[in-house]
Design a binder for this molecule. Structure first.
Ligand code: HMG
Ligand code: MG
Length: 314
């Protein structure tokens, strides 16, 4: 008998002060598809985004305006934005590293962007051809110009817990660099476990570090990759500490082309299953989402790594 037939997940709210509603920041079309070996045709990306919106997701990170040689999988950003069937109540943020990227994003009519910084030197070099310090010189005019143009700007911070070249990452360093991104004018900071090595105690320590630095928890989001199977546990730890925006990718697509050990993000379906069980609102139709991820897995020619998709699809 499948889980659906027995009516699971049983709804048992936690007593421990979890948020009543979570915003799911869906990154499958960007973080997911940027790491595919092949370039997914733009028509497939557009249908994917439209199906995700149809499943009730209201934040769909659509693509990146980065150098096309660095991330050829997203070189069709202009074409994608031009073909997007924008739905009311859905936002479509895009990644922008520098002013050249911002010019392209503005020309494409975007309303939400995200800059993406690194907490470590090695990844700043590999991902942005920059340093921890000089990435701020690159972001500063992007953030100020974007805000003047009325755009919302999110900040990502990568390698918040572990770095494949540098090992464990000092939480104080992460708080220092993350606070600088917020001070630059980012409305929200997404804390990235880029290679998926974090465990819940680390999450608690880092969030306590931000709280100690005076950063309100509603300005923080979490972004877990699931390399070591910890993404859902880490998410629960963050929810218990008041975080209410969680990044995830449909079907668990993902990785990062400049961090080889990274696998997919926390799967949106796995997140939704847990939120459902805890009685936390999210607005997503799980069946429609699973159908979408199964459809995408067929396009990509391999099964979704999401446990919930495996349990419910077909
Ligand atoms: P660079 O080579 O230092 O760039 O790359 P540059 O400023 O020296 O410029 C070189 C040439 O590139 C110039 O052209 C520029 O115009 C052009 P030329 O004058 O030689 O003809 N150029 C661009 N063209 C198009 N779009 C642009 C752009 N910028 C410059 N935006 C750069 C620096 C930042 C551009 C490069 O390193 C880059 O594109 N990096 C992006 C890497 C990336 O997208 N990584 C994945 C996203 S991050 C992630 O996945 C982590 C996250 O999920 C959170 C987590 O998991 O931790 C967010
Ligand atoms: Mg990521």
């Amino acid at each position: 008998m499948g889980a659906r037939e027995v009516g699971l997940p049983e709804r048992v709210p936690s007593e421990s002060g979890l948020p009543s509603r979570v915003t799911i920041w869906e990154v499958g079309a960007r973080d997911g598809l940027q790491n595919e070996q092949t370039v997914v045709p733009v028509e497939v990306k557009l249908e994917f985004l439209d199906r995700l919106a149809g499943a009730g997701l209201t934040t769909l990170e659509a693509t990146s305006f980065v150098h096309p040689k660095w991330v050829p999988q997203l070189a069709d950003a202009e074409e994608l934005l031009a073909g997007l069937r924008r739905r009311d109540g859905v936002r479509y943020p895009v990644l922008v590293p520098n002013e050249r990227g911002l010019d392209r994003a503005l020309a494409a009519g975007v309303a939400h962007i995200a800059v993406f910084g690194s907490a470590t030197e090695t990844f700043a070099k590999r991902n942005l051809n920059s340093t921890v310090d000089s990435q701020f010189a690159m972001f500063a005019p992007v953030v100020s110009r974007a805000r003047e143009a009325g755009l919302d700007v999110r900040g990502y911070l990568s390698m918040c817990f572990g770095d494949p070249w540098e090992g464990a990452v000092d939480a104080e360093q992460v708080v220092r660099v993350g606070t600088r991104l917020l001070e630059l004018g980012c409305s929200q900071l997404s804390l990235g476990d880029t290679i998926g090595v974090a465990t819940p105690g680390q999450v608690e320590r880092l969030l306590a570090g931000f709280a100690g630095a005076g950063v309100p928890v509603d300005r923080l989001a979490v972004h877990f990759h699931d390399t070591y199977g910890q993404a859902l546990s880490n998410t629960l730890a963050a929810l218990r500490l008041g975080v209410s925006t969680v990044d995830s990718s449909a079907g668990g697509l993902g990785g990062c082309p400049y961090a080889e050990s990274a696998t997919g993000n926390l799967a949106t379906e796995d997140l939704v299953w847990m939120l459902d069980g805890l009685g936390i609102e999210h607005g997503v139709d799980l069946d429609a989402l699973v159908t979408t991820s199964a459809w995408m897995a067929e396009r990509l020619g391999r099964p979704s790594p999401s446990r919930v998709v495996k349990a419910l699809a077909g």
